[in-house]
Design a protein around this ligand. Structure first.
Ligand SMILES: [Ca+2]
Ligand SMILES: [Ca+2]
Ligand SMILES: [Ca+2]
Length: 510
């Protein structure tokens, strides 16, 4: 536009013209007294253009670009249009620049309006705008598809029963992952060794059994990739000699997971996989050896020469139940959930930070039978939520209805500080997920001292108020929650440690 002189007319806020601009329907707003009123609506002030006739607000460019001789190459005008009724299937100019005098169009911003149905978008439509009046979204055609410029983000409406997944035995953990070119998979950690644990594949909108892998009281699966190769590691918890957990690798030719490496573990309950400084690591949560809970958990590092994991560091843990890896800027952290030291569940769980080539204690946090750490970030704030499962009492029965706690990293004091306590019932898992721009936590409530039939609760982030309960989901022996998305939408799945029924829920949005 830079070559144009300033003697142009800018026409904006012209929602009632239909592509044709003429001198008759231009209303210079500063001259049309009575036609334009200053109005206030719900706290915002604006100009109301009166009259049912096609109306245009127009003014010479020289009035706003008063300090430049030429029409600027880049400029922005901020305007809010409020139209009481929007006619469907219109093709409207909402902004145009015309040559003063001749009225010939130099620049026009025009949007098609439909109630949901996308207009054609191919070569000829490239650069055209489309306003979807139903979803209140503004799209631009890139020559192939409509891409979003502005849209009303999806919001969670309700959670709906979607699939009953009957597993071969009780399921302690599910792990969702995708195999490129093959699609979405779910590994279930099942109690029985025959037929073992189920690997499911998402086909035609539901999970279907794909492969059985013999496991020994499997408690957790973790998937990871190294140099494009896909791996699964299982935590086998059965105390038989030798106690081995197994790493499997996806074989593209046989379309199956095949055994890759075995590692000695002790009542293993969890594996975490992570990458740091171009190295791949695994860490196992060794829960117990015989009756001793105060044992070593082990961090392994991948050796690219041997294509095997090797011991890198050992860490003293007390009834370790879960590991969680996370990074904050250049710093890498590992958090362990310590459940029990042989005496009590009121012990410390530890956050480690990677310094000088090994993990060192960053902070010890008091927990009560900790079973899970979940980390997440909201608007740059770093949170860590612990699931507290039970308070063992010297006298009387254990307490299951206790607080679980969300901590926030205070970057000034460099410590995690209690942010919010949430009452849970033998919590064994937290899962963080987002829908559109909304952020949620769902807890696995497993037991209240008498029943395994409990509501697990979805909490929504409410900013200043923290997390607020918004949905209750009936669960039975809930052990693990996972969130996943497919072409069909977004879902939650939970596994049951007390029944053979796991369930998939669909997240309905509006
Ligand atoms: Ca899981
Ligand atoms: Ca974990
Ligand atoms: Ca979790």
């Amino acid at each position: 536009m830079a070559q144009f002189k300033r003697d142009l007319n800018i026409i904006c806020l012209s929602p009632f013209t239909s592509g044709h601009i003429s001198s008759q329907n231009k209303v210079p707003w500063w001259t049309q007294e009575g036609e334009v009123q200053m109005v206030q609506s719900k706290g915002s002030r604006g100009l109301r253009v009166a009259g049912a006739e096609a109306t245009v607000l127009s003014f010479p460019a020289s009035q706003i670009f008063s300090n430049c001789d030429y029409f600027p190459a880049e400029f922005s005008l901020v305007a809010t249009m409020k139209i009481p009724r929007l006619r469907q299937k219109r093709n409207e100019y909402i902004f145009s620049v015309v040559e003063e005098g001749s009225d010939s169009l130099l620049l026009g911003l025009r949007a098609r309006v439909t109630l949901g149905n996308p207009p054609p978008c191919s070569g000829p439509e490239q650069g055209q705008l489309w306003f979807n009046a139903q979803r209140k979204g503004l799209f631009i055609c890139d020559g192939l598809t409509w891409t979003t410029l502005l849209h009303n983000p999806e919001r969670l409406d309700y959670v709906e029963d979607y699939q009953d997944l009957y597993t071969s035995s009780e399921t302690f953990d599910v792990e969702i992952f995708s195999v490129p070119s093959e699609g979405l998979f779910m590994a279930a950690a099942n109690r029985d060794s025959r037929p073992g644990s189920g690997i499911y594949r998402w086909r035609n909108g539901s999970f279907q059994l794909y492969q059985n892998i013999s496991t020994q009281e499997a408690r957790a699966w973790k998937h990871f990739t190294i140099a494009g190769k896909i791996f699964l590691v299982v935590a086998n918890s059965r105390e038989a000699e030798p106690e081995l957990s197994v790493i499997y690798r996806w074989n593209q030719r046989r379309q199956r997971f095949l055994r890759h490496q075995t590692l000695e573990t002790h009542a293993a309950l969890d594996w975490e996989a992570f990458q740091m400084h171009n190295h791949s690591f695994l860490v196992v949560a060794n829960h117990r050896r015989d009756s001793n809970h105060n044992i070593l958990s082990v961090i392994y590092r991948w050796n690219p020469d041997t294509q095997l994991f090797e011991v890198n560091q050992t860490v003293a843990t007390s009834g370790a139940y879960d590991w969680e890896f996370f990074s904050v800027g250049p710093y890498h952290f590992l958090a362990v959930a310590n459940t029990f030291d042989g005496q009590t569940t009121s012990i410390s769980s530890t956050v480690y930070v990677w310094l000088d080539g090994c993990f060192q204690v960053f902070q010890s946090i008091p927990t009560v039978g900790a079973t899970d750490w979940e980390t997440f970030q909201i608007h740059g704030r770093v949170f860590l939520a612990v699931a507290n499962s039970q308070k063992v009492s010297q006298r009387g029965p254990s307490l299951y209805s206790i607080n679980s706690t969300v901590y926030e990293l205070n970057t000034l004091t460099q410590t995690f500080i209690r942010f919010q306590d949430i009452l849970t019932h033998s919590a064994v898992d937290w899962e963080f997920f987002t829908v559109g721009e909304e952020k949620f936590l769902v807890v696995a409530n497993s037991h209240d001292g008498s029943s395994y039939s409990l509501n697990s609760v979805v909490y929504r982030w409410q900013g200043y108020e923290g997390f607020v309960a918004v949905h209750s989901l009936p669960t039975f022996g809930c052990r693990d929650w996972e969130h996943f998305s497919t072409d069909q939408g977004s879902f939650l799945v939970y596994s049951s440690a007390t029944s053979r029924l796991s369930k998939v829920f669909k997240l309905r949005t509006y």
